[in-house]
Design a protein around this ligand. Structure first.
Ligand SMILES: [Zn+2]
Length: 278
């Protein structure tokens, strides 16, 4: 079994949050040079102390995909993978097959909720100009739609991918309830409209972070900063507050690119904050 199949095999897990279920939907893998992706201000060579955080080629691996939330009445996708791409750095293509393996067809999806509008989260929103999830309402924070689409100089790739959604779009500009137990939390920094999705039921909660943190060690040590955070200071503030809030709490955490899209919790071990996978 190759590494991707292993990751995918590892994804066959479901987390129950009270009466709701959350499952990873695998699409593919991405690779970015660690030194060009994350740095630590004031530290001229932060990676020299942490060779274990990247592979032997100096790359960080990113799992690509999304999460499927089923409430009983609604079938909600949080993010839609990277799409049918095969480049040197990003390889997708398995999202719809993964979804079917979870027992859901594209027409079953009632809502697509984007944590933000970067290409690796909207890949399956449309294919060749056609909406992939024909019955879904597509939702995103208005600040991201304004930044990527409704501006004087829209991002061409985002425009091609997302403009067909216009008639199936609901923007939100304040924290809102998408469905019973599915709420949004505005967390600007990575992008202006970056959104954390909070899934809750029966005193249980999960925080789906999108790219508030790309790697788990950005939460265990929030002094790391991602080069692609549009407002690095705000993004770092969000991570610091979140890490403080969630450490040693029962809340489950999911990241948009954590290894294998696995879930975990922040815990203190030997006076150090760590991310413990479930
Ligand atoms: Zn991303």
């Amino acid at each position: 079994m190759d590494a991707e199949r292993l990751v995918r095999f590892g994804l066959r897990c479901v987390v129950r949050i009270g009466g709701l279920t959350v499952e990873p939907v695998y699409d593919g893998m991405g690779w970015e040079p660690a030194r060009e992706f994350l740095d630590r201000p004031g530290d001229p060579d932060p990676w020299s102390c942490h060779p274990e955080l990247h592979d032997e080629r100096g790359n960080l691996d990113f799992t690509l995909g999304g999460f499927l939330v089923r409430t009983g009445e609604r079938t909600i996708l949080i993010d839609a993978g990277v799409g049918a791409v095969n480049s040197e750095k990003y390889r997708g293509g398995q999202f719809l097959e993964s979804l079917r393996e979870l027992g859901a067809n594209p027409e079953d999806v009632t809502d697509v909720l984007f944590t933000h509008l970067h290409f690796d989260h909207v890949g399956w929103a449309t294919q060749k100009g056609e909406i992939v999830f024909p019955n879904a309402t597509h939702r995103v924070h208005a600040a991201d739609w304004a930044y990527f689409i409704e501006c004087a100089d829209p991002n061409p790739g985002a425009w091609r991918k997302l403009s067909p959604l216009t008639d199936r779009l609901e923007l939100f500009d304040a924290d809102t309830t998408i469905a019973t137990g599915v709420d949004t939390l505005h967390a600007p920094g990575h992008t202006p409209g970056s959104t954390i999705v909070v899934v809750s039921s029966d005193d249980q909660r999960m925080f789906v972070l999108g790219d508030v943190a790309h790697c788990t060690f950005e939460l265990t040590d929030p002094t790391w900063e991602a080069v692609y955070d549009l407002d690095r200071t705000a993004a770092r503030g969000v991570r610091e507050r979140l890490a403080h809030q969630l450490t040693d709490q029962p809340d489950v955490i999911a990241g948009g690119h954590f290894s294998g899209l696995r879930f975990g919790r922040l815990v203190t071990v030997d006076q150090e904050r760590r991310f413990a996978f479930l």
